[in-house]
Design a protein around this ligand. Structure first.
Ligand code: SAH
Ligand code: SF4
Ligand code: F3S
Length: 435
């Protein structure tokens, strides 16, 4: 039997799809296949912004016809959107051909749900409120070689007023440090070369005495040729202790993803981010003092309720001051049930869109200039794939920059040094340097 998984959303979801694949393999679905020939199709959804949901609804809806022709095919919908009550209701009513719906807290039960569906022939909807345990005994089918994702914590307690994640992922819970270290050791032994530790807010990780910097240090010390990344850091508890650990271990990538969201203190306070622009810039200064070359990337939202042109200009000036190497940029999308969705002062869509385009230009211009400075330099990348369209291999350096190069052999999984001859946007192009 064959399976097909469609994933939306963040790295957390990408990794959970690997776990879903692990469960499906145990259930006898032993091969991945295109949707047309799959015996089960699983949608692992995201509800962070409206367009993520619309995408998923559109693609689920598109299966209606196929399902009519192939009655035995199972369709399952899981992930963050499935966990949201209102959206689960829409799937129940408007998508009667969906066989199984499972929430974020029910992932480990997917095998049983499939079994139940096979036995009863009835639709199976399973939505738990909260999952307590942090270990699941699922063998993920890893798809990111030479990279591997490792969860260190689940959920979020921050309740940024725009964000749905705390509602669909539940309260913060950390995995045991020993379990994490053991998992990473196994991955390194298996030849993975880049380990990314995942959590919505890794800086609030805690297992007894072990906080995030202590965990990171344990994982950095394992030994072997691999590098470490982690995401996401929340500026409200970014610490000097963390910076010291990064500075001490060269295998921790010199790139921090530190979402700032806005440069206006008034908006930051309405967002419940619990830091000011001054505190944020102070952290960046502290970081660069210790590790001058460290790249900082960020997330930015425009069009939050009541955002004025002045607030927006403060975001631009923060972008300038922080010297980000790149950014993910979004227009505010109201999420039912969050505090921001009920706030007055909606920014008209055309204004938000205009600000988003201006912000993208502003950020990209800086990114381009930064990339251009790399021309002529040597950078070490970890080759992670092949770009069919460009006909080039690709990989990222420790600062998160993508480098492309031609090769006669298959260098995926190798650390390769490139001499950069040109740059385009955030991409660098070069040739392998052999020493
Ligand atoms: N836990 C991470 C981010 C999770 S969501 C953190 O705290 O940084 C990823 C990004 O999506 C956020 O950083 C934010 O910029 C954006 N985002 C979240 N909710 C949003 C919404 N309602 N509208 C627009 N962007 C949103
Ligand atoms: Fe959402 Fe804020 Fe939690 Fe990030 S820290 S997941 S933005 S509530
Ligand atoms: Fe991730 Fe989207 Fe859920 S960003 S945590 S998959 S809402």
């Amino acid at each position: 039997m064959k399976y097909h998984i469609v994933t939306y959303g963040c790295q957390m979801n990408l990794h959970e799809s690997e776990k879903i694949a692990g469960i499906l393999r145990e259930k006898g679905y032993d091969e991945e296949a295109p949707v047309e020939s799959a015996d089960i199709v699983v949608f692992n959804t995201c509800c962070i912004r409206e367009n993520a949901e619309n995408h998923a609804f559109g693609n689920i809806g598109a299966l209606k016809k196929l399902k009519r022709e192939r009655k035995d095919m199972l369709i399952a919908v899981g992930g963050c959107m499935a966990q949201e009550e209102g959206k689960a209701e829409i799937i129940r009513k408007k998508f009667p051909f969906v066989d199984i719906l499972f929430g974020t807290h029910n992932l480990a039960e997917l095998g049983e749900l499939i079994e139940r569906k096979r036995l009863t022939k009835k639709r199976v909807f399973s939505l738990k409120d909260e999952r307590g345990e942090t270990e699941d005994n699922i063998n993920p089918v890893r798809t990111g070689y030479p990279g591997a994702w490792v969860n260190i914590m689940y959920g979020c307690n921050n309740f940024c007023t725009y964000c749905i994640v705390p509602y669909v992922r539940g309260r913060e819970r950390s995995r045991r440090a020993d379990d994490i270290v053991r998992e990473v050791e196994g991955l390194v032994k298996d030849g993975y070369r880049e380990i990314t530790l995942l959590g919505q807010n890794v800086n609030s990780y805690r297992d007894g005495e072990t906080d995030f910097p202590a965990l990171l240090e344990r994982v950095a010390k394992i030994g072997g040729k691999y590098r470490l990344r982690f995401m996401t850091s929340h500026p409200k508890d970014f610490s000097e202790k963390l910076v010291d650990v990064i500075a001490k271990y060269p295998n921790i990538c010199r790139q921090i993803h530190l979402p700032v969201q806005s440069g206006s203190n008034r908006i930051l306070s309405l967002m419940n981010r619990r830091y000011t622009r001054e505190k944020y810039l102070g952290e960046i200064q502290m970081l660069r003092k210790a590790i001058p070359e460290c790249a900082v990337t960020t997330d930015l939202i425009v069009g939050f309720p009541t955002e004025t042109e002045e607030d927006f200009l403060e975001t631009l000036s923060l972008v300038e001051a922080a010297d980000f190497s790149s950014a993910f940029m979004f227009a505010f999308s109201p999420r039912t049930g969050t505090r921001a969705a009920a706030m007055d002062g909606k920014v008209p869509d055309d204004v938000a869109k205009d600000r988003l385009l201006r912000l993208i230009d502003f950020v990209n211009e800086r990114t381009r200039k930064m990339s251009a400075r790399y021309v002529g330099a040597s950078v070490e990348i970890l080759c992670e794939g092949y770009d069919e369209r460009k006909g080039l291999y690709l990989g990222r350096d420790e600062f998160g920059r993508m480098g492309y190069f031609p090769s006669e052999r298959n260098p995926i999984g190798e650390f390769v040094t490139l001499k950069i001859h040109s740059a385009n946007g955030i991409s660098l192009f070069g040739n392998e340097e052999f020493k």
